[in-house]
Design a binder for this molecule. Structure first.
Ligand code: SF4
Length: 395
């Protein structure tokens, strides 16, 4: 058996471990690229969501590389995600790929443990070995997913302080490779310190006062840098500190009903959107309020073109929340037509606006920049985020 799954940024490292720990070989699709998008667009229904097209291209690429088992997440949410796997399987068969099976990974409610059926489907037939391997697979998967989240968190902070442009990207690539190759429980336990030490050893300029921006949106767009035109790197290289709480780990913990941060965001969003309408809509609204309350300078909302839940969240922010919280927000709707030049110009204009607003605020309130920063950091972000912020702010 040779298994594969579509790309979603760095998450491939965690998914790869999940499958490999079950004793199954993995072939990764090439990183999402123009060719994969072209194929996805060509064979998908025109108005289907953009992540459907991008992942269809990845799956075809995996089949071309010899995969015979494809794993695709499904959900029972109120939007189109629930149909991805079955429609993609049909399209791939129509494209001429007959000898593969597509296993839907049901992640609607992980506490129902239906996902274990998938793990068992790809595992060995011996019952005892099967349970031992499944336990190890889940444990390693969760640990790697958490470390990937920490790498993403530190990346968003340190890039705004790096002296040599590109250092953070190099550190991230190095850590991701190292994490991919770490396959012992001791190594994974120690990896949090590896991340901290590697970032802390970077050559950074602690005298800077970067703008702080929260970033949120639909999960596939938020995590896959090719489809979001690498927005987090671009903002960071413009000297902006960013925090994005959406990650694979964040999503998995939420599906186990243990994500208290998401529950907090739902609480904040409830007066404005009292139910889950699909995508990340509820949490985007919560994030906007949380980010504004924490004194951040701006907010970025990214989503796929035609994504109904995210467009609803956008409308609520524009028509209602912005008047209450007065936090500048920029929206990016991505699809196969998105080009990098207009995108960069919009980002630069947004960053200029945020600088002007912050300067005026500091002048009006007659406070120092250090006092201004303290307002924001008292109650925001997870432990790792706060440890990193403390490090870059300690002179
Ligand atoms: S969240 Fe948006 S992009 Fe994702 S399946 Fe639903 S409608 Fe499509």
């Amino acid at each position: 058996m040779l298994a594969s799954f579509p790309n979603m940024g760095l998450s491939r490292v965690a998914f790869k471990t999940l499958v490999e720990c079950m004793g199954v070989d993995v072939v990764l699709p090439d990183p999402t690229n123009r060719e994969a998008i072209k194929i996805g667009v060509k064979y998908s229904p025109e108005f289907v969501c953009f992540p459907f097209k991008a992942t269809l291209g990845d799956l075809k690429n995996a089949l071309d590389k010899g995969a015979d088992t494809l794993i695709m997440a499904i959900d029972c949410g109120p939007c189109r995600f629930g149909f991805y796997a079955s429609v993609q399987e049909r399209l791939l068969k129509e494209m001429g790929y007959k000898n593969f099976r597509l296993i839907p990974l049901d992640q609607a409610d992980l506490l129902s443990f239906r996902w274990l059926r998938l793990i068992f489907k790809i595992g060995p037939s011996n019952r005892l070995t099967l349970y031992t391997k499944a336990l190890k697979a889940v444990r390693f998967f969760l640990k790697k997913a958490k470390h990937l989240e920490d790498i993403q968190t530190a990346e968003g902070i340190f890039r705004a302080y790096e002296r040599n442009q590109g250092d953070t990207t190099r550190v991230v690539n190095k850590l991701v490779k190292q994490l991919d190759e770490t396959n012992t429980i001791q190594g994974l336990r120690a990896f949090r310190n590896v991340i901290k030490d590697t970032f802390n050893n970077m050559d950074i300029d602690k005298t800077r006062n970067p703008l702080r921006v929260g970033i949120s949106g639909e999960i596939h767009i938020s995590l896959e840098p090719y489809v979001n035109l690498d927005i987090r790197r671009k903002l960071g290289e413009m000297g902006v500190l960013i925090n994005q709480s959406i990650s694979l780990y964040d999503w998995i913990v939420h599906k186990f009903h243990l994500n208290y941060h998401r529950k907090w965001l739902e609480h904040l969003a409830r007066p404005h959107l009292p139910m889950d309408i699909g995508g990340e809509a509820v949490w985007v609204i919560g994030e906007y309020i949380d980010t504004a309350t924490a004194g951040f300078d701006g907010f970025v909302h990214q989503y796929p073109f035609t994504c109904m839940p995210e467009v609803t969240a956008r409308t609520i922010i524009t028509n209602h929340l912005q008047k209450i919280y007065d936090l500048p927000v920029i929206y990016f709707s991505f699809d196969e037509q998105s080009g990098s030049e207009g995108f960069r110009t919009r980002l630069e204009a947004f960053v200029d606006l945020l600088h002007a607003r912050r300067d005026k605020k500091i002048e009006d309130q007659k406070i120092s920049i250090d006092a201004y920063k303290k307002i924001a950091y008292d109650h925001y972000g997870n432990n790792f985020y706060n440890e990193c912020v403390q490090f870059v702010q300690t002179k």
